[in-house]
Design a protein around this ligand. Sequence first.
Ligand SMILES: [Zn+2]
Length: 249
Amino acid sequence: MLATVVLSAFAAVGSAFVLSTRDGPFGMVFDHCVVDGSVAMTFDDGPYNYHENISDIMTAAGGHATFFINGQNWGCIYDYQDALKHSFAQGHQIASHTWSHADLTAVDASTMETEINKIDAAIENILGVVPACLRPPYGSYNDAVKAAAAAHSKNLIIWDLDSGDSTGSSASVSKEIYDKGKASRTGNILALNHETSKTTVTEVLQYAIDDLKAYGYTKFVTVAECLNIEPYTSVGPAGTPNYSWHCDW
Ligand SMILES: [Zn+2]
C-alpha cells in the first residue's frame, strides 16, 4: 500500500498551509505535489479533440484534471470553446502552456510577453479566469522565465512522473511507467500526460486511475489543490462563446 511518508516540512501545518495565495508569492517552481495521497493528472498541448473525453473520465473517477493549454498548437483554442467550458464547468483546472508552445528560454523578452499574455487573454475571453499556473513548454525555464512568471502573478509547474506519451512511448510502456512510478513516490504524484495522445485517453488514463486507486492514492486533484495554491489570479463571469474569434489576431 501507499507509504504514509509525509513531507515533514508540510506535515506540521497540514492542509491549512497555503504555498501561494492570489497575492503571491509567485515565480516559484513546483515539481511535485505536497498534499499526501494526492495525484495531479495533468494534460498538456490541447485543447484538442479528446478534451471532453478526458474531462468525463476524470469526473467519472470522482477527480479533477489540470489542462495546460496552448492558444495555437495542435488546434486553435477558439475552435474548442465548448470543450473548455465543459471541462471548466466540471471543475477541472485550466492553466497556461503559452500561446504557441514556445521554448521560453529561447525567445526574447517581448516574445515571452506575447506568449504569456495572448493565452491569458484567450482563456479569460472564454472562461472568465486568468490562470495562475504556467507550465513552460518542454519544462524549459531559467531565471528570466521565473521573473516573467512572477511579473504575471504565476508559478511554474513541472512534474515528477512523465507518462512518456509525447516521446514515443506506447500505451503499454506508459502503463508500466505508472506501475513503477506509484511505488517510487513518497505519497503523491504530479503526472505529465498529453491530451493530444489518443491512446492516453483510450487506454492509459482509466488504467492509471484504477491502478493508482488500488494502490492507495485516493485524491485525484488539480495541481492547485495538490500544491495548496490558487488556480487563478482572477475569476470573473464566464464568457459567452464567440465563434467569430480566431487565432490569427
Ligand atoms: Zn507541451
